[in-house]
Design a binder for this molecule. Structure first.
Ligand SMILES: C[S@@+](CC[C@H](N)C(=O)[O-])C[C@H]1O[C@@H](n2cnc3c(N)ncnc32)[C@H](O)[C@@H]1O
Length: 358
Protein backbone atom coordinates (compact mmCIF):
# COMPACT_ATOMS: atom_id res chain seq x y z
CA UNK A 1 0.00 0.00 0.00
CA UNK A 2 1.00 3.60 -0.51
CA UNK A 3 -1.20 5.25 2.08
CA UNK A 4 -1.25 6.99 5.42
CA UNK A 5 -3.51 5.84 8.23
CA UNK A 6 -4.55 8.83 10.29
CA UNK A 7 -6.30 8.47 13.64
CA UNK A 8 -8.79 11.16 14.65
CA UNK A 9 -11.77 11.65 16.96
CA UNK A 10 -14.83 9.75 15.70
CA UNK A 11 -17.02 12.21 13.80
CA UNK A 12 -14.04 14.26 12.60
CA UNK A 13 -13.13 12.10 9.60
CA UNK A 14 -14.23 14.63 6.96
CA UNK A 15 -12.39 17.46 8.76
CA UNK A 16 -9.24 15.33 8.91
CA UNK A 17 -9.69 14.48 5.21
CA UNK A 18 -10.09 18.18 4.31
CA UNK A 19 -6.98 19.04 6.26
CA UNK A 20 -4.99 16.22 4.61
CA UNK A 21 -6.16 17.35 1.15
CA UNK A 22 -4.88 20.81 1.82
CA UNK A 23 -1.56 19.59 3.33
CA UNK A 24 -0.97 17.27 0.40
CA UNK A 25 -1.45 20.18 -2.02
CA UNK A 26 0.79 22.52 -0.03
CA UNK A 27 3.57 19.88 0.10
CA UNK A 28 2.98 18.87 -3.55
CA UNK A 29 2.63 15.21 -2.54
CA UNK A 30 -0.72 14.38 -4.06
CA UNK A 31 -3.37 11.87 -3.04
CA UNK A 32 -6.97 11.42 -1.95
CA UNK A 33 -8.78 10.44 1.27
CA UNK A 34 -11.00 7.45 1.99
CA UNK A 35 -13.10 7.04 5.13
CA UNK A 36 -16.34 5.94 6.65
CA UNK A 37 -17.99 8.45 9.03
CA UNK A 38 -17.61 7.74 12.77
CA UNK A 39 -14.86 5.13 12.30
CA UNK A 40 -12.20 7.24 14.11
CA UNK A 41 -9.61 7.18 11.33
CA UNK A 42 -9.10 7.94 7.67
CA UNK A 43 -6.82 6.59 4.96
CA UNK A 44 -5.03 8.91 2.59
CA UNK A 45 -3.86 7.20 -0.59
CA UNK A 46 -1.01 8.65 -2.66
CA UNK A 47 -0.44 8.49 -6.42
CA UNK A 48 3.37 8.60 -6.54
CA UNK A 49 5.41 5.54 -5.61
CA UNK A 50 6.89 5.98 -2.12
CA UNK A 51 4.91 9.18 -1.45
CA UNK A 52 3.20 7.84 1.68
CA UNK A 53 6.59 7.15 3.24
CA UNK A 54 7.88 10.57 2.13
CA UNK A 55 4.84 12.25 3.67
CA UNK A 56 5.23 10.13 6.81
CA UNK A 57 8.72 11.55 7.28
CA UNK A 58 7.66 15.16 6.67
CA UNK A 59 4.30 15.55 8.33
CA UNK A 60 4.42 15.80 12.12
CA UNK A 61 1.23 15.01 14.02
CA UNK A 62 1.98 18.01 16.24
CA UNK A 63 1.77 20.34 13.23
CA UNK A 64 -1.66 19.12 12.18
CA UNK A 65 -5.01 20.07 13.65
CA UNK A 66 -7.14 16.93 13.61
CA UNK A 67 -4.65 14.02 13.35
CA UNK A 68 -3.94 12.08 16.54
CA UNK A 69 -1.48 9.67 14.94
CA UNK A 70 -0.04 9.22 11.45
CA UNK A 71 1.12 5.79 10.26
CA UNK A 72 2.67 4.88 6.90
CA UNK A 73 0.64 1.81 5.87
CA UNK A 74 2.55 -0.93 4.12
CA UNK A 75 -0.09 -3.70 4.11
CA UNK A 76 -3.77 -4.35 4.79
CA UNK A 77 -4.33 -7.90 6.02
CA UNK A 78 -7.83 -9.30 5.60
CA UNK A 79 -9.56 -12.42 6.83
CA UNK A 80 -6.71 -13.46 9.07
CA UNK A 81 -6.99 -17.02 10.32
CA UNK A 82 -7.74 -16.80 14.03
CA UNK A 83 -5.45 -19.79 14.60
CA UNK A 84 -2.49 -17.95 13.04
CA UNK A 85 -2.64 -14.19 12.94
CA UNK A 86 0.96 -13.80 14.02
CA UNK A 87 2.60 -15.33 10.92
CA UNK A 88 1.04 -13.00 8.32
CA UNK A 89 1.62 -9.93 10.53
CA UNK A 90 5.30 -10.84 11.04
CA UNK A 91 5.66 -11.46 7.28
CA UNK A 92 4.07 -8.13 6.37
CA UNK A 93 6.34 -6.28 8.80
CA UNK A 94 9.38 -8.15 7.46
CA UNK A 95 8.52 -7.28 3.85
CA UNK A 96 8.40 -3.57 4.65
CA UNK A 97 11.47 -3.51 6.89
CA UNK A 98 14.27 -1.12 6.00
CA UNK A 99 18.03 -1.30 6.53
CA UNK A 100 18.04 2.46 7.00
CA UNK A 101 16.04 2.47 10.22
CA UNK A 102 16.05 0.60 13.51
CA UNK A 103 12.58 -0.31 14.79
CA UNK A 104 12.56 0.71 18.43
CA UNK A 105 8.86 0.74 19.40
CA UNK A 106 5.79 -1.39 18.78
CA UNK A 107 2.14 -0.24 18.90
CA UNK A 108 -0.76 -2.68 18.51
CA UNK A 109 -3.85 -0.49 18.43
CA UNK A 110 -7.47 0.06 17.43
CA UNK A 111 -9.75 3.01 16.75
CA UNK A 112 -10.97 5.18 19.63
CA UNK A 113 -14.60 4.14 19.07
CA UNK A 114 -16.93 1.76 20.91
CA UNK A 115 -16.23 -0.88 18.27
CA UNK A 116 -12.50 -0.24 18.47
CA UNK A 117 -12.42 -0.37 22.27
CA UNK A 118 -13.89 -3.89 22.17
CA UNK A 119 -10.55 -4.92 20.59
CA UNK A 120 -8.40 -3.37 23.35
CA UNK A 121 -7.84 -6.55 25.35
CA UNK A 122 -7.13 -8.61 22.24
CA UNK A 123 -4.61 -5.97 21.05
CA UNK A 124 -2.81 -6.04 24.41
CA UNK A 125 -2.59 -9.84 24.32
CA UNK A 126 -1.43 -9.92 20.70
CA UNK A 127 1.40 -7.49 21.47
CA UNK A 128 3.26 -10.07 23.59
CA UNK A 129 3.99 -12.80 20.99
CA UNK A 130 4.40 -10.18 18.26
CA UNK A 131 7.05 -8.34 20.26
CA UNK A 132 8.84 -11.62 20.99
CA UNK A 133 8.68 -12.67 17.34
CA UNK A 134 10.01 -9.35 16.08
CA UNK A 135 12.86 -9.33 18.61
CA UNK A 136 13.79 -12.89 17.71
CA UNK A 137 13.99 -11.85 14.04
CA UNK A 138 16.11 -8.82 14.99
CA UNK A 139 13.43 -6.44 13.72
CA UNK A 140 12.76 -4.72 17.03
CA UNK A 141 15.29 -3.50 19.58
CA UNK A 142 15.13 -5.04 23.06
CA UNK A 143 15.25 -1.62 24.66
CA UNK A 144 12.36 0.68 23.79
CA UNK A 145 13.58 4.04 22.47
CA UNK A 146 11.75 6.89 20.80
CA UNK A 147 14.48 7.79 18.30
CA UNK A 148 13.81 4.98 15.82
CA UNK A 149 10.90 3.85 13.68
CA UNK A 150 7.84 2.55 15.47
CA UNK A 151 6.03 -0.47 14.08
CA UNK A 152 2.23 -0.26 14.07
CA UNK A 153 -0.47 -2.90 13.79
CA UNK A 154 -3.95 -1.37 13.75
CA UNK A 155 -6.84 -3.81 14.08
CA UNK A 156 -10.21 -2.79 12.65
CA UNK A 157 -11.62 -6.20 13.55
CA UNK A 158 -10.22 -9.46 15.00
CA UNK A 159 -9.27 -10.59 11.51
CA UNK A 160 -8.45 -7.32 9.71
CA UNK A 161 -5.51 -5.05 10.35
CA UNK A 162 -3.32 -2.37 8.83
CA UNK A 163 0.42 -2.82 9.24
CA UNK A 164 2.90 0.03 8.99
CA UNK A 165 5.38 2.31 10.69
CA UNK A 166 5.88 5.87 11.92
CA UNK A 167 8.91 8.10 12.27
CA UNK A 168 10.36 9.87 15.31
CA UNK A 169 9.54 13.61 15.46
CA UNK A 170 6.46 12.97 13.30
CA UNK A 171 4.42 10.59 15.44
CA UNK A 172 2.52 11.15 18.65
CA UNK A 173 4.33 9.49 21.58
CA UNK A 174 1.01 8.39 23.11
CA UNK A 175 -0.86 5.11 22.69
CA UNK A 176 -3.72 5.71 20.20
CA UNK A 177 -2.31 9.23 19.90
CA UNK A 178 -4.20 10.11 23.08
CA UNK A 179 -2.70 12.10 25.94
CA UNK A 180 -4.63 10.76 28.93
CA UNK A 181 -4.56 12.89 32.07
CA UNK A 182 -5.77 12.32 35.59
CA UNK A 183 -8.34 14.82 36.76
CA UNK A 184 -6.78 16.90 39.55
CA UNK A 185 -9.19 16.36 42.49
CA UNK A 186 -9.11 20.00 43.60
CA UNK A 187 -9.74 21.48 40.16
CA UNK A 188 -13.18 23.13 39.90
CA UNK A 189 -14.09 21.81 36.43
CA UNK A 190 -13.16 19.13 33.90
CA UNK A 191 -12.22 21.92 31.47
CA UNK A 192 -8.99 22.13 33.44
CA UNK A 193 -7.73 19.10 31.46
CA UNK A 194 -7.99 21.01 28.16
CA UNK A 195 -5.50 23.63 29.29
CA UNK A 196 -3.29 21.05 30.99
CA UNK A 197 -3.10 18.98 27.81
CA UNK A 198 -2.31 22.11 25.77
CA UNK A 199 0.49 23.11 28.15
CA UNK A 200 1.95 19.59 28.17
CA UNK A 201 1.67 18.77 24.48
CA UNK A 202 1.67 22.05 22.53
CA UNK A 203 4.47 23.92 24.32
CA UNK A 204 8.09 22.87 24.67
CA UNK A 205 10.20 22.89 27.84
CA UNK A 206 11.60 26.36 27.10
CA UNK A 207 8.12 27.84 26.57
CA UNK A 208 6.87 26.27 29.78
CA UNK A 209 9.83 27.52 31.79
CA UNK A 210 9.62 31.07 30.44
CA UNK A 211 5.83 31.53 30.60
CA UNK A 212 4.86 29.72 33.79
CA UNK A 213 6.95 31.14 36.59
CA UNK A 214 6.38 32.65 39.98
CA UNK A 215 5.13 36.22 39.72
CA UNK A 216 4.13 36.01 36.04
CA UNK A 217 0.66 37.43 35.32
CA UNK A 218 -2.22 36.02 33.30
CA UNK A 219 -5.73 37.04 32.28
CA UNK A 220 -8.35 34.27 31.99
CA UNK A 221 -11.37 35.36 29.88
CA UNK A 222 -14.46 33.23 30.56
CA UNK A 223 -12.80 31.86 33.68
CA UNK A 224 -15.65 30.39 35.76
CA UNK A 225 -15.78 28.10 37.61
CA UNK A 226 -11.97 28.22 37.36
CA UNK A 227 -10.52 25.09 35.74
CA UNK A 228 -8.08 27.05 33.58
CA UNK A 229 -7.26 29.51 36.37
CA UNK A 230 -6.49 26.43 38.51
CA UNK A 231 -3.78 25.36 36.04
CA UNK A 232 -2.24 28.85 36.06
CA UNK A 233 -2.29 29.14 39.85
CA UNK A 234 -0.80 25.64 40.13
CA UNK A 235 2.13 27.09 38.13
CA UNK A 236 2.49 30.05 40.54
CA UNK A 237 0.94 32.67 38.26
CA UNK A 238 -1.18 35.60 39.40
CA UNK A 239 -4.49 35.64 37.54
CA UNK A 240 -7.16 38.19 36.62
CA UNK A 241 -10.20 35.93 36.18
CA UNK A 242 -12.95 37.53 34.04
CA UNK A 243 -16.47 36.10 34.07
CA UNK A 244 -19.96 36.98 35.32
CA UNK A 245 -20.20 33.53 36.88
CA UNK A 246 -19.06 32.22 40.25
CA UNK A 247 -15.44 31.33 40.79
CA UNK A 248 -14.24 28.51 43.00
CA UNK A 249 -13.60 29.70 46.56
CA UNK A 250 -10.46 27.68 47.14
CA UNK A 251 -8.89 29.41 44.13
CA UNK A 252 -9.72 32.83 45.64
CA UNK A 253 -8.20 31.65 48.95
CA UNK A 254 -4.80 31.23 47.29
CA UNK A 255 -4.52 35.03 47.13
CA UNK A 256 -3.28 34.67 43.55
CA UNK A 257 -6.63 35.36 41.85
CA UNK A 258 -8.63 38.57 41.32
CA UNK A 259 -12.13 37.91 40.00
CA UNK A 260 -13.81 40.61 37.88
CA UNK A 261 -17.43 40.13 36.79
CA UNK A 262 -16.92 41.92 33.48
CA UNK A 263 -17.37 41.30 29.78
CA UNK A 264 -14.35 39.55 28.26
CA UNK A 265 -14.76 41.55 25.06
CA UNK A 266 -14.25 44.94 26.76
CA UNK A 267 -11.93 44.01 29.66
CA UNK A 268 -8.46 45.57 29.71
CA UNK A 269 -5.56 44.20 31.80
CA UNK A 270 -5.46 45.96 35.19
CA UNK A 271 -1.75 46.75 35.06
CA UNK A 272 -1.44 47.46 31.34
CA UNK A 273 -0.17 44.05 30.28
CA UNK A 274 0.18 40.40 31.21
CA UNK A 275 2.49 37.58 30.21
CA UNK A 276 -0.28 35.21 29.14
CA UNK A 277 -3.85 35.58 27.92
CA UNK A 278 -6.08 32.51 28.07
CA UNK A 279 -9.66 32.37 26.84
CA UNK A 280 -12.31 29.64 26.95
CA UNK A 281 -15.42 31.79 26.35
CA UNK A 282 -18.20 30.06 24.43
CA UNK A 283 -18.33 32.50 21.54
CA UNK A 284 -18.14 32.61 17.75
CA UNK A 285 -14.63 31.65 16.62
CA UNK A 286 -14.31 34.73 14.37
CA UNK A 287 -15.06 37.04 17.33
CA UNK A 288 -12.54 35.23 19.54
CA UNK A 289 -9.91 35.38 16.78
CA UNK A 290 -10.30 39.16 16.48
CA UNK A 291 -10.18 39.63 20.25
CA UNK A 292 -7.03 37.52 20.65
CA UNK A 293 -5.30 39.39 17.80
CA UNK A 294 -6.13 42.73 19.42
CA UNK A 295 -4.58 41.73 22.74
CA UNK A 296 -1.39 40.55 21.02
CA UNK A 297 -1.21 43.52 18.64
CA UNK A 298 -1.64 46.03 21.45
CA UNK A 299 0.99 44.27 23.54
CA UNK A 300 -1.56 43.58 26.32
CA UNK A 301 -0.32 39.98 26.37
CA UNK A 302 2.91 38.37 25.17
CA UNK A 303 1.40 34.94 24.58
CA UNK A 304 -2.11 33.55 24.14
CA UNK A 305 -3.73 30.13 24.59
CA UNK A 306 -7.39 29.91 23.65
CA UNK A 307 -10.13 27.66 22.38
CA UNK A 308 -12.15 28.15 19.22
CA UNK A 309 -15.59 26.54 19.46
CA UNK A 310 -16.44 24.75 16.23
CA UNK A 311 -19.70 24.70 14.27
CA UNK A 312 -21.34 21.44 13.20
CA UNK A 313 -20.22 21.82 9.58
CA UNK A 314 -17.20 23.17 7.70
CA UNK A 315 -15.08 22.92 10.81
CA UNK A 316 -11.74 22.86 8.99
CA UNK A 317 -12.74 25.96 6.96
CA UNK A 318 -13.84 27.73 10.14
CA UNK A 319 -10.50 27.06 11.83
CA UNK A 320 -8.43 28.14 8.82
CA UNK A 321 -10.52 31.32 8.45
CA UNK A 322 -9.98 32.20 12.14
CA UNK A 323 -6.24 31.52 11.93
CA UNK A 324 -6.04 33.50 8.68
CA UNK A 325 -7.72 36.41 10.45
CA UNK A 326 -5.20 36.31 13.31
CA UNK A 327 -2.20 36.14 10.95
CA UNK A 328 -3.57 38.97 8.81
CA UNK A 329 -4.21 41.19 11.82
CA UNK A 330 -0.76 40.54 13.27
CA UNK A 331 0.71 41.48 9.87
CA UNK A 332 4.50 41.72 9.96
CA UNK A 333 4.46 40.80 13.67
CA UNK A 334 3.08 37.33 12.81
CA UNK A 335 6.62 36.03 12.23
CA UNK A 336 7.47 36.79 15.88
CA UNK A 337 5.00 34.13 17.03
CA UNK A 338 4.82 30.36 16.91
CA UNK A 339 1.18 29.48 16.20
CA UNK A 340 -0.21 25.97 16.68
CA UNK A 341 -3.71 24.58 16.47
CA UNK A 342 -4.74 21.17 17.80
CA UNK A 343 -7.94 19.25 18.31
CA UNK A 344 -6.90 17.88 21.70
CA UNK A 345 -8.19 14.69 23.28
CA UNK A 346 -9.89 16.65 26.09
CA UNK A 347 -11.53 19.06 23.63
CA UNK A 348 -15.01 18.35 22.36
CA UNK A 349 -16.23 20.45 19.45
CA UNK A 350 -13.43 22.96 19.73
CA UNK A 351 -9.74 23.33 18.95
CA UNK A 352 -6.98 24.84 21.06
CA UNK A 353 -4.70 27.52 19.67
CA UNK A 354 -1.33 28.52 21.15
CA UNK A 355 0.32 31.75 20.00
CA UNK A 356 3.74 31.92 21.62
CA UNK A 357 6.16 34.82 21.19
CA UNK A 358 9.83 34.32 20.56
C1 LIG B 1 -16.61 26.77 28.99
S1 LIG B 1 -16.88 27.89 30.28
C2 LIG B 1 -15.28 28.19 30.87
C3 LIG B 1 -14.77 27.10 31.74
C4 LIG B 1 -13.45 27.46 32.39
N1 LIG B 1 -12.38 27.61 31.41
C5 LIG B 1 -13.03 26.41 33.39
O1 LIG B 1 -12.04 25.75 33.14
O2 LIG B 1 -13.69 26.26 34.42
C6 LIG B 1 -17.23 29.38 29.45
C7 LIG B 1 -17.36 30.58 30.36
O3 LIG B 1 -17.31 31.75 29.53
C8 LIG B 1 -18.09 32.73 30.16
N2 LIG B 1 -18.37 33.78 29.16
C9 LIG B 1 -19.08 33.68 28.02
N3 LIG B 1 -19.10 34.87 27.38
C10 LIG B 1 -18.40 35.73 28.15
C11 LIG B 1 -18.04 37.09 28.04
N4 LIG B 1 -18.45 37.83 27.01
N5 LIG B 1 -17.29 37.64 29.00
C12 LIG B 1 -16.87 36.92 30.05
N6 LIG B 1 -17.17 35.61 30.20
C13 LIG B 1 -17.93 35.03 29.27
C14 LIG B 1 -19.31 31.99 30.67
O4 LIG B 1 -19.91 32.69 31.74
C15 LIG B 1 -18.69 30.66 31.11
O5 LIG B 1 -18.43 30.65 32.50
Amino acid sequence: MNSLLIYCRAGYESDTANEMNSLSVSLSIFGYPEFTPEQGFILFHFYGQGDADRMGQRLAVSETIFARQIVVVTAYLQELDKGNRLGPVLNALAEADSEEWKNTLLFVEHADTERGKALAKFCRKFTVPLRQGLRKQGRLTYKERDDGRALHVFFTDYDHCYVGHSYPDCRSPFALGICRLKFPPKAPSRSTLKLEEAILTMLDDDDRASIFREGARAVDLGACPGGWTYQLVARDMTVEAIDNGTIDESLMATGLVDHYAEDGFTYKPKFGRVDLLVCDMIERPDRVAVLMSEWLEKGWADHAIFNLKLPMKKRYDTVTAAIGEITARLGKKAKDYQLNVRHLYHNRDEVTVTVIKG
